[in-house]
Design a protein. Structure first.
Length: 364
């Protein structure tokens, strides 16, 4: 008996998939299958396939009998397929090219500072042509200005390796029409939209859930949940318009999946939990347009948001640090790799996922 997890649930595609997984003879050896309403299909009473009889590993068969290609890497043949392809020329590694964002255009909300700004810089370093940093203040802060200058120096010092720029846009993510307009203007100006990071967010001080005031609850939800949707829409509408696909990354939090121990944050936790489901919902609607939607859920990281606790109540540093196996809180730069991976062609099969980066806080 063999068990296969199959996405399609009709007989023809099951046969096709079985032939791929178990060798060309597999269709003739398929016995019965059960579970039309489940995703697990059980094959019973089938004669063993020849490779099973000979004790050959299934990977040998997979390499010999790949499924008909449904897609190919935007970079052509990479990895093992490149190694197996006939060629006699010089061989170059492709891995870093898969992470490259050359010529891509991005919109990052909440990018005047903190995690948003860190991620915006990472996208430019990965080759993005322009990263639009959307935030509330009328003028960008000193930190943003210094980072934009750092990018200009990087462009000057690196012989065309980095060519991008940071742009600042003042907008409130709670204003749906304004956000759509921001997206449209970027689309008009750049002729494309490839990446969206919805990082704008707020938290409030701890408060008893039974007394939590309506206005504060609505305030947190309106930025952290509604604002994330409007940001994703602003970029997603342009991705759909230009038809190049895209990657939308919604910044949630580990607080969407767990409750921060010894804290009373019902509004924040609820808002982030909603973002997780928003990501899955959007991913399922937008997959056919080749727009991927994932959520990124950081653990405790030192930024202005967490400084509101740590700088006024320093004992939290020790308490939060002890809550994860690494025994420390995170740095914003520790999200550079994951955001670049999610934004780039290195993650083309990842959508509808939540990526937890929490120092293992959720793993106890
Ligand atoms: N720092 C952490 O430990 C941590 C952990 C998990 C998740 N997060 C999430 O990461 C994201 C970034 O947080 P951060 O730590 O960088 O905080 P931060 O306070 O440093 O940055 C948040 C940014 O969002 C902007 N913003 C707030 N309301 C806005 C609005 N209505 N319109 C436009 N911009 C608005 C702020 O001006 C600020 O620049 C947030 O969504 C936060 O919930 C942070």
């Amino acid at each position: 008996m063999c068990k296969a997890i199959l996405a399609p649930l009709n007989r023809v595609s099951i046969r096709r998939q079985c032939a791929w997984r178990f060798g060309a003879n597999a269709t003739s050896t398929v016995g019965t299958w059960t579970g039309t309403s489940t995703r697990t299909v059980t094959f019973a009473g089938a004669a063993p396939t020849p490779w099973l009889r000979r004790g050959i590993s299934s990977s040998a068969v997979l390499a010999k009998d790949p499924p008909q290609a449904q897609s190919e890497s935007p970079l052509g043949k990479i990895g093992v397929a490149a190694a197996l392809a006939p060629s006699s020329g010089a061989v170059k590694p492709t891995l870093w090219s898969e992470f490259a964002l050359r010529d891509r255009v991005a919109l990052v909300s909440g990018a005047n500072r903190g995690l948003g700004l860190e991620m915006a810089l990472a996208l430019v370093e990965a080759g993005a042509r322009a990263v639009y940093c959307v935030d509330l203040p009328g003028r960008p802060g000193d930190g943003w200005v210094k980072v934009a200058e750092y990018v200009r120096r990087m462009v000057a010092d690196n012989n065309g390796e980095v060519t991008g720029r940071l742009e600042y846009v003042c907008a409130d993510v709670r204003d749906q029409k304004a956000m759509w307009k921001v997206g449209e203007e970027i689309g008009e100006r750049e002729g494309r939209m490839d990446v969206c990071v919805a990082a704008a967010g707020i938290s409030t001080s701890d408060m008893d859930c039974l007394e939590y005031p309506a206005d504060q609850f609505e305030q947190v939800i309106s930025v952290n949940t509604n604002g994330v949707l409007y940001t994703a829409q602003a970029a997603g509408r342009q991705m759909a318009r230009f038809g190049n696909g895209g990657s939308i990354i919604l910044i949630a939090s580990m607080s969407g999946s767990i409750t921060n121990k010894d804290h009373a944050c019902v509004s924040y936790n609820t808002s982030k939990s909603a973002v997780l489901q928003m990501g899955r919902s959007m991913a399922c609607e937008l997959g056919r347009k080749r727009i991927r939607v994932n959520t990124l859920s950081p653990g405790y990281i030192y930024t202005s948001m967490t400084a509101a606790y740590l700088d006024t109540q320093p004992h939290f540093l020790d308490r939060w640090s002890k809550l994860n196996p690494l025994g420390r809180i995170g740095r914003p730069d520790e999200l550079r790799g994951v955001i670049t991976w999610l934004a780039s062609d290195a993650s083309t099969f990842c959508t509808g996922s939540d990526i937890l980066v929490s120092g293992g806080h959720h793993a106890w």
